[in-house]
Unconditional design. Structure first.
Length: 404
């Protein structure tokens, strides 16, 4: 189970909104998701229309139950929001958590122990943290494998973010945890020069530690919260829903990329071992003979293998042609919209080449730089397997390729 804490000690940056809608979007893409509210304000319950007066027990009761020798299981307090989304609600009682746990050993690991008991039942756990450095925040970090820091693209964003990252570093050191921290631009208004400049600075400073997806300023998201619904239910065709769908897909895809990287590293290590053994055998068997490489038969180096494996999906230049390869197991159609086809996706359909959902097309393109987006069952999105991107006028990202 991947456990993601949404952390920022600054209030008003959209932590709860992101927690609710990311959890809902993950559930929408087929991931069994648990949303854990660690904020005493209990806004997750409000944002999902869970009546406060009907919450008899909250995450607070579960966290302190073992210290009272009256253990309560997490499953006893959960609210089912949808088929794949459940909520562990908070209550104002959480504000007394630190006082109640004073003097109790391992009080910073309460949430970690609670989530450990149900780790096989969920794909993701999203933790909405309070806007303060407290024992509740320590508990979230001890339990988390990843941290998302939402940053409002306003005037104080960069200064506040540097302070937040310093605090996170201290908290992680104290908790003896190494977690993957990534930055998410939120409440982005492309119409303002300030927002565009702040976003550019964020991308310049944090590069690969920043999500490609952006949560744009959108009134529909606020309206959805006022009706106690995630944006996916309130308006499934809104820009806000598209933003969180892209974020969820990027979160899921990051795990796949990590797994591929581990596979590549493992294969590279094996190839290096095999190569070293082969060289030794060649020297022993025929010390006077030099190995000759020909254009037809070249020695495959581990580094070459690493590159080939990493570039299997995405876009590559092979024998003068540009080859696009992507993976969408459930898609019925995948097309490419680009400046090379005047952004008309119907002109460049991709072909499904196997039962696993691999789609491919091969094009002959003149030298130059091109921008493109994939159109999957009518939904426009950036290529998840191409890290080269450019911001487009709509506040989203086009994938890019330079043909040589």
């Amino acid at each position: 189970m991947r456990t993601i804490a949404i952390v920022n000690q600054k209030g008003g940056c959209g932590k709860t909104t992101i927690s609710i809608n990311l959890a809902s979007a993950l559930a929408e893409v087929g991931q069994k998701t648990l949303l854990v509210d660690m904020d005493p304000q209990s806004h997750c319950a409000v944002g999902l229309a869970v009546p406060e007066e009907q919450i008899e027990q909250s995450i607070y009761d579960v966290l302190i139950s073992k210290s009272r020798n009256e253990p309560i299981k997490l499953t006893e307090i959960l609210w089912q929001i949808s088929d794949r989304l459940e909520l562990a609600p908070a209550s104002i009682d959480l504000s007394a958590f630190e006082q109640q746990m004073a003097g109790i050993s391992e009080c910073e690991g309460c949430l970690k122990n609670v989530l450990f008991e149900i780790k096989g039942e969920y794909d993701y756990a999203i933790i909405d943290c309070p806007p303060a450095v407290s024992l509740l925040t320590f508990n979230a970090l001890r339990a988390a494998t990843e941290v998302i820091v939402p940053v409002e693209t306003g005037y104080f964003a960069l200064h506040g973010l540097s302070k937040q990252l310093e605090t996170l570093n201290i908290l992680c050191e104290r908790s003896s945890r190494q977690v993957d921290v990534r930055v998410l631009a939120s409440m982005y208004d492309i119409r303002t020069k300030m927002a565009r400049e702040v976003l550019a600075e964020l991308r310049k400073h944090f590069a690969d530690k920043m999500f490609g997806a952006i949560v744009n300023f959108n009134t529909k998201i606020k309206e959805a919260a006022s009706f106690g619904q995630p944006i996916s239910e309130f308006d499934s065709s809104s820009r806000g829903q598209r933003d969180f769908r892209l974020l969820a897909e990027e979160v899921v895809d990051s795990e796949a990329k990590q797994q591929r990287r581990q596979i590549v590293n493992s294969l590279t290590d094996q190839l290096e071992s095999i190569s070293a053994t082969a060289d030794e055998l060649l020297q022993v068997a025929k010390p006077a003979i030099k190995a000759v490489q020909t254009p037809e038969v070249e020695k495959l180096k581990p580094a070459d293998t690493d590159v080939k494996l990493m570039e299997y999906y995405g876009v590559n230049q092979i024998n003068g042609a540009v080859v696009f390869v992507t993976l969408y197991p459930r898609a019925k159609s995948v097309q490419i919209a680009s400046d090379f086809n005047n952004w008309q996706p119907e002109k460049t359909p991709m072909q499904k080449v196997d039962a696993k959902g691999v789609w491919q097309t091969k094009l002959n393109l003149p030298a130059g730089k091109y921008r493109y987006r994939l159109v999957v069952d009518g939904q426009w999105q950036q290529d998840p397997y191409n890290e080269l991107t450019e911001l487009n006028p709509f506040g989203e990202f086009n994938s890019a390729i330079e043909v040589k």
